[in-house]
Design a protein around this ligand. Sequence first.
Ligand SMILES: NC(=O)c1ccc[n+]([C@@H]2O[C@H](COP(=O)([O-])OP(=O)(O)OC[C@H]3O[C@@H](n4cnc5c(N)ncnc54)[C@H](OP(=O)(O)O)[C@@H]3O)[C@@H](O)[C@H]2O)c1
Length: 340
Amino acid sequence: MKYKLLGRSGLKVSELCLGTMGFGTEAGWGADKAASFAIMEAFANAGGNFLDTANIYKLGTSEKIIGEFIQPRDRDFFVIATKYSLKDNTTNPNASGNNRKNMMRSVEASLKRLQTDFIDVLYLHIWDDLTPIDEILRGIDDLVRQGKVNYAAISDTPAWIVSKGNTMAELMGWSPFIALQVEYSLLQRSPERDLTPMAKHYGMTVTPWAPLAGGALTGKYLKGGQGRVKPESNRRDENSVRITRVVMDIAEKLGVEPSHVALQWTRQQGFESIPIVGATRLEQLQENLRTLDLTLSPEDLRILDEASAIDLGFPHKFFREEGVRQNNYGGFYDKIVPRS
Ligand SMILES: NC(=O)c1ccc[n+]([C@@H]2O[C@H](COP(=O)([O-])OP(=O)(O)OC[C@H]3O[C@@H](n4cnc5c(N)ncnc54)[C@H](OP(=O)(O)O)[C@@H]3O)[C@@H](O)[C@H]2O)c1
């Protein structure tokens, strides 16, 4: 396992992040405490230090399991990322949302469940389209100054809002968002429109969630395997199956597993990326860790890119029109070396 710097920070995190949304058996799926412990043990033994959880995962059970696991071990080795925003209950209008009151309440509850004095990375979970971005940044910055949080990060939020927030953070001397968590995989490439270019511009690490599309990209459903992705899910529709078959073909050619191809693809997209991969069984984690031995060739990347391409829409498609290029660059388009 190698370590990467998380965004524009000095924090060293393992090049794979362990997703723990499936720790706990609530809602009829997931790993029980013993299986979760085995998964974390194997991850840590492989050098993995980066764990992703949230207040809402399995109604707090995920954080509790992590807390119990880490408490007798070396807390300082682990980089615990958790999230606030999603509901802890439905009786209090401020037990959900991005507002400061919920942030403070949620962080205190997470610290208790995690049995720790500090959270390494606090993500806003999902944008509520209500709270001003400066309220959020100032709130996280206060938590950083109180020593309860080390770094700020953000998930599932439009690019223009993150962009405004990070510009304000720079001007105000607040802790900026250093990581951007978005759904990103060969079955979900829409973040390429604005989110991933924005992250690259601000030096943020992209932390793709569901990099295996919840398990669909492992190809197991096409081989009669079981899992939580329902047959009616768009992750198993005709187009997704077509893309998954391309992943399986490349894996077969290379003598690796489809999960390796799908995960590695998210790591070779020209921006800093640390996929958050979930596992509900030890064997799944063990298989996923072997991704780190794979490098995809330019030809295989091209095949995967073509198979999973999306319509970028306006204005991205417009910029690529030949007439627009001629007008924009005076015919020099192919002679200008872009910034890397
Ligand atoms: N910010 C957000 O809004 C957000 C949303 C969702 C998730 N997340 C984070 O991202 C993490 C990953 O998301 P995810 O779990 O939805 O997606 P994922 O990593 O794409 O899929 C993980 C699931 O795929 C199956 N799987 C994993 N490895 C496998 C293997 N080698 N062979 C066969 N099946 C395998 C397991 O499902 P089965 O249990 O069905 O076998 C596992 O739970 C979560 O744990 C969470 O930390 C964040």
